[in-house]
Design a protein around this ligand. Structure first.
Ligand SMILES: Cc1ncc(COP(=O)(O)O)c(C=O)c1O
Length: 398
């Protein structure tokens, strides 16, 4: 049976366009199936060839599903094809991906520069766990590459950034960060969850590894928890045995669900992003709203950087309701279509107040200093009709 060319390369060696890769790359047409079938098997027949592959350290050998599975391989190929990555690994959650990168590539005595604006779970790992293993972390400002450079020490090994900070949506100047990483010979690791490979290609801007919580836009239907790391082949080879030891590998069925989600990424993302830009514009002039954060708004402090590094934007939006947290909670609970829940990136719009959900582990003074002020609301805009979303927001605000 013909199998899909793993990266959808044309004969002259150039890539097919993004949407074609997101549909076809990696998908395995076993026995002529249009979709990669679910290989719900923990282990594989141990042939001499497989044993030799494993003994040689080959990452993508089908041997045991903690190492890789037909379904994880299909997903890795698809993400690599979408993001222009040499190689990748799949994980059971975004946090499994992040912890394997940090604990796997850093050692006792190493130092990293990160930011208090990173996702709350990442912040917790960096502040509560990395120091227990002798890994030093300095927090700098992702919006200000010079602050990262100023924090570099002789034992610094890695700069850690997010394309867009969660939940404040500060835009990181990835190109400027890459210049600093290159100058000081450091690894540059980015969390690309909020933008996805559709909206941002951080590897082409000089990042070495790009991380995803595939739970979000890549899965796209709030149907599965997962994570991925893609990028430089040498680093992925270094990461693979750490994944095998730490054990945060995905189940084949979860990979199957993820692959189905990714096949429609290029169709969903333009709607997420244009709906979000539209709602941001309308909220911006609403009398009960104090401020709106969305990189498509010319008033956003990083508008120019966003136009350069992620012109397609994001479906994420944040705003501050007048009247503080109580007013924000009361607004949220009057919504009828938009669903109050943590997480993001699904076809349905989800809303939360970070103080009592995604960012509750971050101390209040740090939250306030990074812009998560009283009344702050994070909204993940889905692909519903934008007029229905606006009607829902308007009635809940009134
Ligand atoms: C930007 C970002 N990175 C990583 C994670 C962690 O992903 P997961 O929940 O899949 O472990 C999240 C979760 O919300 C996130 O928003």
């Amino acid at each position: 049976m013909p199998h899909a060319n793993r990266r959808m390369m044309t004969e002259d060696g150039t890539d097919k366009r993004f949407a074609t890769r997101s549909v076809h790359s990696g998908t395995q047409h076993i026995e002529g199936a249009v979709n990669t079938p679910i290989f719900q098997s923990s282990t594989y027949y141990l042939t001499d060839e497989r044993y030799a592959g494993w003994a040689a350290g080959a990452q993508h050998t089908l041997l045991y599903s903690r190492l890789s599975s037909v379904n994880s391989e299909a997903c890795v190929e698809k993400i690599c094809a979408m993001e222009g990555a040499e190689d990748g690994e799949l994980f059971a959650s975004g946090m499994a991906a992040i912890s394997t990168v940090l604990m796997g590539l850093l050692s006792n005595g190493d130092h990293i520069v990160a930011s208090p604006d990173v996702y709350g779970g990442t912040y917790g790992l960096m502040t509560a766990d990395l120091p227990r293993f002798g890994i030093e972390v300095t927090m700098a400002d992702m919006q200000d590459p010079a602050s990262y450079e100023a924090a570099i020490q002789p034992n610094t090994k890695m700069l850690y950034i997010e394309t867009l900070s969660n939940p404040v949506l500060k835009v990181c100047d990835i190109e400027a960060m890459a210049k600093i990483a290159q100058k000081h010979n450091l690894l540059l690791v980015v969390d690309n969850t909020f933008t996805t490979p559709w909206a941002c290609q951080p590897l082409s801007m000089g990042c070495h590894l790009s991380i995803h919580s595939t739970t979000k836009y890549l899965g796209g239907h709030s149907q599965v928890v997962g994570g991925a790391v893609v990028g430089n082949a040498g680093l992925i080879a270094e990461l693979f045995p750490k994944k095998v030891h730490f054990g945060g590998s995905p189940d084949p069925h979860a990979c199957y669900l993820l692959e189905q989600g990714m096949r429609t990424l290029a169709a969903r993302m333009p709607i997420h992003c244009s709906n979000a830009a539209d709602i941001a514009r309308r909220l911006d002039s609403h009398p009960l709203i104090n401020s709106v954060n969305h990189p498509s708004l010319p008033s956003h402090p990083d508008y120019e950087v966003a136009q350069r590094t992620m012109p397609n934007g994001t479906g994420m939006l944040a705003f501050v309701v007048k009247g503080g947290d109580a007013a924000a909670l009361s607004f949220m609970r009057k919504l009828e279509i938009i669903f109050e829940a943590t997480s993001l990136g699904g076809v349905e719009s989800l809303i939360e107040c970070p103080f009592n959900s995604s960012h509750m582990s971050i101390p209040e003074e740090i939250r306030h200093a990074s812009g998560v002020v009283p009344g702050f609301v994070r909204l993940s805009i889905g692909i519903e009709d934008v007029e229905d979303l606006w009607d829902d927001i308007s009635q809940a605000l009134s």
